[in-house]
Design a protein around this ligand. Structure first.
Ligand code: IMP
Ligand code: MG
Length: 175
């Protein structure tokens, strides 16, 4: 496994995101909605650097099986009421953009006062939608990455750094 971003670099990226969000919203109350499961570590680190009155909720989506995209499902039962609120949606990575696009559409239908998104990573050259998140910590090359919340088949989320999954790391049996 090749390390792409070490703990220090990740922390500096999260610090940058937090500074931008703090500057954008000042002391206005903010609602953070994290997209589970991939964003849970980013969310935990980021919210402790935010200075405004904060509410935190989550939605769950799942779209990947291994490194191939499957159908997207959204579970919003644990999301907070966002009507009339300023909301920032948090995800680990903006790849094709389809996940955040669908979650964004769902959330817009609930009438927030404003809605922006923040991601740790943006994979360059992969976007299939015509927008990108307002807050992005790192642009990364088009490689499959794991760690700091990101998984391969639900493993590796606990790595404290971000690593590229190389062919040698993959099981050699194709399912
Ligand atoms: P999108 O819908 O293509 O933007 O994909 C977003 C979701 O796919 C993210 O929330 C991740 O859960 C997952 N994903 C995309 N790229 C990677 C990757 O390189 N490693 C791990 N998960 C990824
Ligand atoms: Mg995810």
């Amino acid at each position: 496994m090749k390390i792409l971003l070490n703990q220090e670099e990740l922390d500096a990226g999260v610090e940058r995101l937090a500074r931008e969000i703090n500057e954008t919203y000042g002391n206005r109350p903010l609602t953070i909605v994290g997209v589970l499961t991939g964003s849970f570590i980013l969310m935990a680190d980021l919210i402790r650097k935010l200075e405004m009155p904060l509410r935190v909720g989550v939605v769950q989506t799942s779209s990947y099986e291994g490194t191939e995209r499957g159908a997207l499902s959204i579970n919003s039962e644990m999301m907070l009421d966002i009507a009339g609120r300023d909301v920032v949606l948090i995800d680990d990575i903006f790849d094709t953009g389809n996940t955040l696009q669908e979650v964004t559409q769902l959330m817009k239908s609930l009438g927030p006062n404003s809605l922006k998104s923040a991601v740790l990573l943006l994979k360059t050259g992969r976007q299939e939608v015509d927008w990108v998140p307002e807050f992005v910590a790192f642009d990364i090359p088009d490689e499959f990455v794991v760690g700091y919340g990101l998984d391969f088949n639900d493993e590796y989320r606990n790595l404290p750094f971000l690593a590229c999954l190389e062919p040698a790391d993959l099981p050699d049996t194709e399912s």
